[in-house]
Design a protein around this ligand. Structure first.
Ligand SMILES: *Cc1c(COP(=O)(O)O)cnc(C)c1O
Length: 365
């Protein structure tokens, strides 16, 4: 008997996550110098890590022989103060990916289903499938969430609905009022996981106070991350806000020491570095405008984005992706997201944006 066949069929059916190509891998494959490569494939912060976070990491290195604080006391206290959310409503994760997995572990199982949109973040299908639950995939509306259709798709066995706002990989955005109207109509026995990984990048006029909704909707789970605007993707820290009883369930399935001590220290410090966040969002908006203008000049159709990346449609996208790689520029192909004619590029530093646009022009020639 083959051991692998003993694995549940729903595990064997999982298609592995395809990450953005690491710089070191491309350097090996193409014989390029790592320094000559730019990676705009994973929506990382091109401005690096907050100086405050770096200092906190240096300090935390002195105590690496100790287990981390499994209750994340300092980070939760800082988050509680910043967002005015009681500590017992906060769960921290090894990236927000961990929170998405925890929500699935708590609410999904064989015989249950999760609802999410076409072109959604790849982790929703992964988290759903790994629990043996059924996926209800709702066709997108102009690449974004069709909330009315998602509401209608909530089956009797559904226990989770995932909504990313802004969405990745499309950058589409649902106004706060529409999102709240949706949440208000979802049956209370279905967890609404609102994934706000890019929320800090929203321009002031699009911001909405989802944290205030926690008091109204007992089934709401908000997830956020330190991987994007806070520049800590490599350390893996995310957090979620929810009712205390829901938090208590997530904590039961959480690994006791899921967030490491360097990550805890860095995240706590990064949260207070409002200057770094402000610079990152300001530069992102300027870079986005540069890219949008350039795509227009090149005659390429874009999906207007509210995040730190932009998805564009290009003839023979797979070949263009390869040509960019050969020039040392890594973007993200979206075949795995059922968008084989699109590529996604993260807004980089001004220099990286220029290099990307030169390489793209050459690739289109
Ligand atoms: C990047 C991203 C995350 C964050 O993942 P982490 O595990 O926190 O690094 C979550 N959701 C979406 C939609 C993302 O694009």
């Amino acid at each position: 008997m083959d051991l692998c066949e003993q694995s549940p069929s729903y595990v064997r059916a999982i298609a592995p996550y395809q990450p953005g190509k690491p710089i070191s891998e491309l350097a090996r494959e193409m014989g390029l110098k790592e320094k000559s490569i730019i990676k705009l494939a994973s929506n990382e912060n091109p401005f690096g890590v907050s100086p405050r976070a770096k200092a906190a990491i240096r300090k935390a290195i002195a105590e690496l022989e100790r287990y981390p604080d499994g209750n994340a006391f300092d980070l939760k206290a800082a988050l509680s103060k910043r967002y005015n959310v009681p500590e017992e409503c906060i769960v921290v994760g090894n990236g927000s990916n961990d929170l998405l997995e925890m929500a699935a572990a708590v609410f999904l199982a064989p015989g249950r289903s999760a609802v999410y949109s076409e072109h959604c973040f790849a982790v929703y299908p992964l988290a759903t499938q790994s629990r043996g639950a059924r996926s209800i995939v709702v066709p997108a509306k102009t690449y974004g969430h069709d909330l009315d259709a998602m509401l209608a798709a909530i089956a009797a066995d559904a226990r989770v609905v995932f909504v990313a706002n802004p969405n990745n990989p499309t950058g589409t955005f649902v106004p706060g009022a529409e999102l709240e109207a949706f949440i208000a109509r979802v049956p209370r026995q279905v967890a609404v996981v609102v994934d706000e990984a890019y929320t800090e990048y929203l321009p002031p006029e699009l911001r909405y106070d989802s944290v205030a909704w926690l008091k109204k909707y007992s089934n709401l789970i908000l997830t956020r991350t330190f991987s994007k605007v806070y520049g800590l993707a490599g350390l893996r820290v995310g957090f979620g806000f929810m009712q205390p009883d829901v938090a208590e369930l997530l904590n039961r399935v959480r690994q006791p020491f899921n967030v490491n001590s360097l990550a805890l220290a860095a995240a706590t410090a990064a949260l207070s570095d409002t200057k770094f966040v402000a610079k990152s969002t300001r530069m992102n908006r300027a870079g986005m405008a540069v890219l949008e203008r350039a795509f227009k000049r090149l005659g390429l159709e874009i999906i207007p984005s509210c995040a730190n990346f932009i998805t564009f449609r290009v003839p023979r996208a797979a070949a263009v992706y390869e040509k960019l790689l050969r020039q040392g520029v890594i973007v993200r192909p979206l075949g795995g997201y059922r968008m084989p004619e699109h590529l996604r590029v993260t807004v980089g530093t001004p220099k990286e944006n220029r290099r990307f646009l030169e390489a793209l022009a050459a690739a289109l020639d």
